[in-house]
Structure formats: structure tokens, C-alpha cells
Design a protein around this ligand. Structure first.
Ligand code: UDP
Length: 367
């Protein structure tokens, strides 16, 4: 039994595509880091089960051995579900099965079929945080079946992300958040633009480079080099672009580079579920120029904290870059403070968890 204001015992199960801190997990790594901090600040008891090698600040991590899962966006829409030998995903959920009675609730961050399939076999309820939009038919079916059977259990970042799935559901729109204390405001930028993210085709880096080149601006690039062939091709296609690739940086170093930029360019080809990098830039007072697609279109306030551009239009990016001076850097920081605070976000998660526990109690007492 969980009363409405008691501390919760939570087991968070991480993404199986890489250790936390590696960058392979993309924005879900920041989401897990921020959420763990915020839930602990609220007095909840939590453990995080994650692939061996994970680092999560001072939050205790149960290191799970095993082979990493391939990332869903590198698989085809019809590719059958893959489970490597000695899969870390299977090992994490085997661990969860064994320790479930020590917790009130399990919270899944893996974008994978298995944790959805396993829900009815667990004694404890599972909250499913879906970190990307629709990418495969098996995952669509898993999400939609879980949504039908456990209506309160599916959380997403944004409405645009939820709408990519082929079913109506009681999606819990949770958004994301930044710890403002970790990002410094910078009123006077240097003469460069920045691009942040995994270097992988769905992120459309080549458009940002093309737009920066045409605008005669330097582009600093930060992020995990996920697809070497894609990166090599970009370098071949833009041999003279003024590009400075700085690698994958931890948050403190990332914000040092980002905050001095004139703007962040976001050029996703896919429907970005959220785009944590957008709110990190805003937190530094850096406007966001993004394609009008997916999460960034729900974040950017055009003409105030950035510009939204017709998807896949380099011309549109170039025009927006020419109008950066119309944007107000303090309004960017203010938007991050007003709309993406850890406190408000923590309230949403906490309420979601309590509703799942309440439904579970109702179901059990009825059964
Ligand atoms: N990131 C980072 N260091 C870098 C570049 C990016 O830590 O050098 C992080 C960034 O903070 C963000 C994540 O990578 O949390 C990218 O997440 P986003 O939601 O933008 O996209 P995703 O990778 O989930 O598609």
C-alpha cells in the first residue's frame, strides 16, 4: 500500500543500448540522470539498473553485465526483434523479476519490445517511459498492446511523438527538464553556431553544415560519433566547411561551448521525440533554430526564443540564421526556467507514478 504522500521505492531500468555516460543512449541518458536526482531530492528511494560501466553521479547503479542491444533507429521498420546472446536487456529484466518485491514500481527506459511483453508477468506494476517515436512494427504493437491493457502506464516526451504510434492511448505527456544550475547564461555570444547530438543520419547534420557554410559561420559540433560512415561522407561532401568537431563532452564542458554560440541548429530528419539539446541551449540563453517537426516544434517560441523552419529546407535555415539578432537571449533562459524546471517535471512524474499504483491497487482489489 502506498499512501499519497509517502516515499516511493522505485527501480529504474535503463536503456540497454549503452552504459549511462557513454552517449549511446542519447537524450534518455540526461532524462534518467535528471529524474534520478529529482526523485531523490523528493525523498524517494531508488535504484537504477543499467549496463555495466554506467555512471550516474552519486545515484547508486546496479551494474548489469551482458551484450548491448542494437539501437532501434539503426534497424528497419520490419526487422524482427533482436535479442543478442547473453543480452543485457534480458539480464536487467531477470534482475527486476528477482527483486521486484523490494519496490513499489518498476520504471522502464528501454525502447524495446521485451519490457512491454513482460508487464503482465510481473507482480509489480511497470511504468513505461517511451523515449522515441514509432520506429518498428514490433515496437508499435508492443506499445499499443500495453496501452490497451495498462492504460495509465505509458509515458512519452511530447504529443508529436505520441502521434507517431498507430493507436489512440492515454499517453502521459511528461516533457523533459534541465537543472538550470548546471548551465550558465551567456549574454554576448561569439561568432559561431553550434550543433549537438548523436552523429547519425536521422539527425540531419549535413543540413546544419550546409546552412552554416552558406551563412559564412563556423559550426561547432558536439556529440557521440555513432555512424562513422555517415560522418566520413559528410566530410567528403563539405571539404571546405568551417566545422569544428569537439567530440562527446560531459554536461559541464558542453554548456561552456554551447552558451557562447549565437544559436543552436536542430535539423532532424525524423520526428524527434523531444530534443533535450533544445532546452539545454535555452538554459544557456542560446536561441534554437529548428525544423518545424517533432519535439522542437513544441519547444521553440518563434520570433522570441528561436525560429522554426520548413522541414529539410536549408534555405529556411539560412534565412533564420540571418535573423538571429531578432531573438532575445534572456527570454531563452527565462523559457527554460519557466517551462522546463526539474520541480514541475518531478511533479508530473510523481503524479503519474501514483496514478499507476492507484490503478494497480484497484485492479488487485477487484480481482
Ligand atoms: N550530449 C552530451 N554531450 C555532447 C553532445 C550531446 O552529453 O557532446 C547529450 C545532450 O546533453 C543530450 C543528448 O546528448 O542530452 C542528446 O539528446 P537529444 O534528446 O537531443 O536526442 P537523442 O539522442 O535522444 O535523439
Amino acid at each position: 500500500m502506498t499512501s499519497s504522500c509517502s516515499a516511493l521505492k522505485l527501480l529504474l531500468l535503463s536503456t540497454p543500448v549503452g552504459p549511462l555516460g557513454s552517449g549511446l543512449g542519447g537524450g534518455v541518458e540526461l532524462t534518467l540522470t535528471n529524474l534520478s536526482q529529482e526523485l531523490r531530492r523528493r525523498g524517494h528511494h531508488l535504484c537504477v539498473a543499467a549496463p555495466a560501466g554506467s555512471v550516474l553521479g552519486d545515484v547508486p547503479v546496479i551494474a548489469i553485465a551482458g551484450q548491448l542491444q542494437p539501437t532501434a533507429h539503426t534497424q528497419g521498420r520490419q526487422t524482427p526483434t533482436v535479442l543478442p546472446d547473453n543480452a543485457v536487456l534480458a539480464n536487467m529484466w531477470d534482475y527486476a523479476r528477482q527483486v521486484q518485491d523490494d519496490y513499489d514500481l518498476l520504471v522502464n527506459f528501454a525502447y524495446d519490445w521485451l519490457p512491454f511483453y513482460l508487464m503482465p508477468f510481473f507482480r509489480r506494476p511497470v511504468a513505461q517511459f517511451v523515449s522515441m517515436g514509432s520506429l518498428s512494427t514490433t515496437m508499435d504493437a508492443a506499445v499499443c498492446q500495453a496501452a490497451a491493457k495498462f492504460p495509465d502506464s505509458i509515458g512519452v516526451y511530447t504529443r508529436a511523438q505520441a502521434e507517431t504510434f498507430p493507436c489512440e492511448a492515454n499517453w502521459r505527456i511528461l516533457g523533459s527538464a534541465v537543472d538550470l544550475l548546471l548551465y550558465d547564461f551567456c549574454a554576448q555570444p561569439q561568432d559561431y553556431l553550434v550543433w549537438l547530438g548523436r552523429i547519425s543520419p536521422e539527425k540531419g547534420l549535413e543540413d546544419a553544415i550546409a546552412a552554416a557554410q552558406r551563412s559564412q559561420k563556423q559550426l561547432k559540433i558536439l556529440g557521440k560519433l555513432e555512424d562513422q560512415r555517415y560522418w566520413d561522407q559528410i566530410q567528403q561532401d563539405y571539404p571546405t566547411a568551417s566545422v569544428d568537431y569537439l567530440g562527446f563532452l560531459p554536461t559541464a564542458e558542453l554548456q561552456f561551448v554551447v552558451r557562447q554560440a549565437q544559436a543552436l541548429l536542430m535539423t532532424p530528419r525524423w520526428i524527434e521525440a523531444f530534443g533535450n539539446v533544445a532546452i539545454e541551449a535555452l538554459a544557456c540563453g542560446v536561441p534554437v533554430i529548428a525544423y518545424r517537426r517533432g519535439g522542437p516544434a513544441e519547444i521553440v517560441q518563434p520570433g522570441k526564443t528561436g525560429w522554426l523552419v520548413a522541414p529539410d529546407s536549408v534555405d529556411g535555415l539560412v534565412e533564420a540564421i540571418a535573423r538571429i539578432d531578432h531573438l532575445d537571449r534572456s527570454a531563452c533562459r527565462q523559457q527554460a526556467a519557466d517551462e522546463y524546471s526539474l520541480e514541475a517535471w518531478g511533479d508530473r512524474f510523481e503524479q503519474w507514478f501514483r496514478e499507476i499504483l492507484h490503478s494497480d491497487e484497484m485492479t488487485n482489489s477487484a480481482g
